[in-house]
Design a protein around this ligand. Structure first.
Ligand code: PLZ
Length: 451
């Protein structure tokens, strides 16, 4: 991809350029104002205040241009201010900004639902509903599954992340920072072990089969199959550490759910929309979920989320049973149509695969050199390294945060994740150029060398 391409945003020079310390003086001043005006509960990965972003860079108030390996947590897959997003949003915002779909509908909402029905896994008859955030989509998927089955229990997994609302906090695994002190949490949520090849006691080769045995045994003994409304799983876990389940695990779980009349819900909020090299992460093994939740990458940075699934499940809910003032806002829908147009025209699934093809061999070579890297994993442009005390699988969160800080200081924005905070994750915009991608990896390499 040309370094002058405007597909992924305004024509910003696609280069790293660090002109002050990070954060610079103007960012530090804003940070000071922020301390007195914004709640302490909101934190920042890297406190540089952004003025422009596009392609693979973020530009800050001090004039620094940083390489972006975060995409605002897997959101700006089509880049920031992608051309088709800007033009459709601009047109829509000048026409009308809001009617509320439940008050008086508009075409954009229907078009986004048609696209979701067409693009998500499976060719069966589908329906969709739109919401504002990932957490809201997950909440609604559970509501729909409960309504359809007349059952209450929801099964989720170790290391899962599904959001910060009350029900989704209950579904999220990690206490700090997401849940600590925020209880009591919603009931009827049951947590099963996750098929985590790197940490599976019996080893990666046994992981899929053994995990399925443990999970189905646990559901039978502790919940009862006929009590379970839904199994909710991220096809590649996001916040929990970019855990890629072993081959056969997701198909096995989906078959088990079908056998017991349990609604199988794939939370594709982080992994979906071309990120993993397919339109959806479930496509990799041909898994067809009953319901799919989407958000993040769907709308090029505007807030939008969806639940898509089998018509008979979605339509089991009475008229008026789903909704919300802003869900499927016309401007967000216009953005989604622009983002989907860009993904299609630019063949972003192929671009994600190419990013993986560049990153994985280089990261594997790093792992050979630095035993602090215990595992390299991911698919497409959803890639991570898990850091451990050399020679063990003991998590080394301190090393991950040191490497991340060194990258930040050098002008590469990387994120960490994982239950133990010991995973460095890489989520570049899919429109990033090869040069910037390789330069980012060079910086990462230097950070490991300095560790
Ligand atoms: N499901 C799989 O990844 C959001 C959270 C960042 P919302 N992940 C980023 C943070 O610390 O809040 C996410 C996800 C999966 C659901 C969600 C929730 O999506 O749009 O943040 O509500």
């Amino acid at each position: 991809m040309s370094t002058e391409s405007t597909v992924g945003g305004p024509a910003l020079p696609q280069r790293r350029n660090i002109v002050t310390e990070i954060p610079g003086p103007v960012s530090r001043e804003l940070l000071e104002r922020r301390q007195h005006s914004v709640a302490r509960g909101l934190s920042h990965v890297l406190p540089v205040f952004v003025t422009a972003a596009g392609g693979g860079v973020l530009v800050d108030v001090d004039g620094n241009s940083l390489i972006d390996f975060g995409s605002g947590i897997a959101v700006t897959s089509v880049g920031n201010s992608a051309e088709a997003v800007v033009s459709r949003v601009t047109e829509q915002v000048a026409q009308f900004t809001h009617t509320c779909f439940m008050v008086a509908p508009y075409q954009g909402y229907v078009e986004v639902c048609e696209e979701l029905n067409r693009l998500t896994p499976g060719t069966h008859e589908k329906r969709s509903a739109l919401f504002n955030s990932g957490a809201e989509a997950v909440e609604n998927a559970v509501k729909i599954a409960r309504h359809y089955t007349g059952r209450q229990a929801v099964v989720v997994f170790d290391h899962a992340y599904h959001g910060r609302t009350n029900l989704t906090m209950a579904m999220t695994a990690k206490n700090m920072p997401y849940k600590d002190g925020f209880g009591p949490f919603a009931g009827e949520v049951y947590r099963a072990p996750m098929a985590y090849p790197f940490r599976w006691p019996g080893g990666p080769a046994q992981c899929a089969k053994e995990a399925l045995d443990v999970i189905t045994g646990m559901i039978h003994a502790q919940v009862g199959e006929e009590r379970v409304a839904a199994i909710v799983i991220e096809p590649i876990l996001g916040e929990g550490g970019f855990i890629v389940p072993p081959d056969g695990f997701l198909p096995g779980l989906a078959d088990y759910a079908r056998e017991h009349g349990i609604v199988f819900i794939a939370d594709e909020i982080q992994a979906g929309f071309c990120r993993t090299g397919d339109w959806f992460a479930c496509d990799h093994e041909g898994v067809v979920p009953d319901l799919v939740t989407t958000a993040k990458g769907i709308a090029g940075g505007l807030p939008l989320a969806g639940v898509t699934g089998r018509a008979e499940i979605m339509d089991s809910v009475h008229p008026g049973g789903l909704g919300g003032t802003y869900g499927g806002n016309p401007v967000a829908c216009a953005a989604a149509l622009g983002a989907i147009e860009t993904m299609t025209k630019e063949d972003l699934p192929a671009r994600a695969r190419r990013i993986g093809d560049i990153m994985l061999p280089r990261l594997r070579a790093l792992a050979e050199k630095y035993p602090v890297i215990g595992d390299v994993r991911g698919r497409g442009a959803m890639i991570a390294v898990e850091l451990v005390k050399p020679g063990t699988i003991d998590p080394d969160g301190a090393a991950a945060s040191k490497v991340a800080k060194a990258c930040h200081a050098a002008g590469l924005l990387v994120l960490t994740c994982g239950t133990y905070g010991n995973v460095l994750r890489f989520l570049p915009p899919l429109v990033i150029g090869d040069d910037l991608l390789n330069e980012g990896l060079d910086i990462l390499e230097s950070a490991f060398a300095a560790l």
